[in-house]
Design a protein. Structure first.
Length: 88
């Protein structure tokens, strides 16, 4: 089996503007002392985007809230061969 090499996205301070899955590296809350990496799901709402990490909303567009770096999350492709025992 050969693995395809995908180009790696780069980190940016630009907050995502489209729904999707992203990595966020920074401070999730205002006043937080810790810098961590989070897997964030960005979902479209009626007139904006909702950012959810670890089951909690984060607010990267609000003043003095989440600050850090973003990168699209590259998820692996599923296995090419799956039998009934391993199927979801």
């Amino acid at each position: 089996m050969t693995m395809a090499t995908r180009p790696q996205p780069q980190w940016t301070e630009e907050v995502p503007t489209e729904p999707g899955k992203y990595w966020f590296y920074g401070k999730r809350f205002r006043g937080s002392a810790s810098i961590e990496m989070y897997f964030v799901k960005v979902r479209g709402t009626r007139n904006s985007l909702a950012f959810v990490a670890d089951g909690a909303f984060i607010f990267p567009n609000a003043p003095n809230e989440a600050s850090g770096f973003w990168m699209p999350a590259t998820l692996p492709d599923p296995p090419e061969e799956a039998d009934d025992e391993h199927a979801c």
